[in-house]
Design a protein around this ligand. Structure first.
Ligand code: G
Ligand code: G
Ligand code: MN
Ligand code: NA
Length: 256
């Protein structure tokens, strides 16, 4: 329980922060959006990876306040960039939603309030969910996603290809964007099977009218190959690591 106790304190004392990884148009290199990723550094200066603390947050229920904080903070950060730019800075911000958070919280109300408080149009927000969010209760999830979409955000399926994807529910749900999991992307130039999987996902997305983001692009060559295969957007170290808010804003000004 040690981590749960310190995580609870970290949420209360504002010791979490968000970093922002650019998602770029593969054809032009322009920034299309940023994915917001949670970071936690404790009083002693130790940094914990979300790979460790998100599961603790999910098991303890702390994912509800943590998730609300991430949505609020992402919306406020983007509104701050607009303000500094003197106009809509032209990008959106993507926030990860845990399946537990989707089950337990009234997510549409949380998103609606965050947008209102930040004075942000709904289309400026993207919401990333994983396949496991759908499996638990597809009917309920359809209703939740419809109410989220009515507020304007783009709905993205994260880590696509790694879960138990039910293609029927994928087609029925209002999903706008598929994020191709990085396990198929990183190293794809040396692995024909990965290229075949990427092609299949791209053609599925096209058939269903969904846009595509490839994750884990570590080299320029992989980005170029994905663009040639018809993938629209990309994210990865070839473009930028997750950046502190200030550095993300500077990256945006430089690129767009
Ligand atoms: O950037 P990175 O290694 O830090 O992220 C690791 C994992 O943690 C990713 O799967 C990412 O989706 C998840 N993650 C990061 N931030 C959040 C968050 O705010 N909420 C949720 N639910 N997951 C997050
Ligand atoms: O939400 P998701 O599971 O997609 O989180 C994105 C994760 O991928 C984060 O942990 C982020 O730090 C990581 N990441 C982002 N770009 C790259 C990359 O180019 N290579 C690798 N290996 N990981 C990346
Ligand atoms: Mn994600
Ligand atoms: Na992912």
């Amino acid at each position: 329980f040690a981590m749960e106790t310190s995580l609870r304190r970290a949420i209360e004392n504002d010791q979490l922060h968000l970093v922002f990884q650019p998602i770029c148009d593969l054809a032009t290199g322009r920034v299309e959006s940023f994915e917001a990723l949670a970071r936690w550094t404790d009083e002693g200066g130790s940094a914990y990876s979300p790979v460790r603390f998100i599961p603790v947050a999910e098991e303890s229920g702390l994912i509800v306040p943590l998730g609300r904080w991430a949505i609020d903070t992402a919306a406020r950060t983007l509104a701050g960039w607009d303000q500094r730019r003197g106009r809509d800075c032209g990008v959106s911000v993507a926030v990860n939603l845990s399946p537990i958070q989707l089950q337990r919280d009234n997510i549409a109300e949380v998103v609606g309030r965050a947008l209102d408080q930040a004075g942000l149009a709904g289309r400026r927000l993207k919401l990333e969910l994983t396949e496991s969010a759908i499996i638990a209760d597809p009917e309920r999830m359809a209703r939740v996603l419809m109410s989220l979409k009515a507020l304007g955000p783009t709905i993205a399926m994260d880590d696509f290809g790694t879960g138990y994807s039910n293609l029927a529910s994928l087609q029925k749900l209002p999903i706008d964007l598929l994020k191709i999991d990085r396990s198929f992307v990183t190293g794809m130039l040396h692995d024909r099977d990965k290229v075949a999987i990427v092609r299949a996902i791209l053609s599925l997305a096209q058939a269903l009218g969904m846009a595509t983001v490839a994750e884990g692009i570590e080299t320029v060559e992989v980005g170029q190959t994905l663009a040639a295969l018809g993938c629209t957007y990309g994210q990865g170290w070839a473009y930028a690591r997750p950046l502190e808010a200030e550095a993300a804003y500077a990256f945006l000004l430089e690129r767009n």
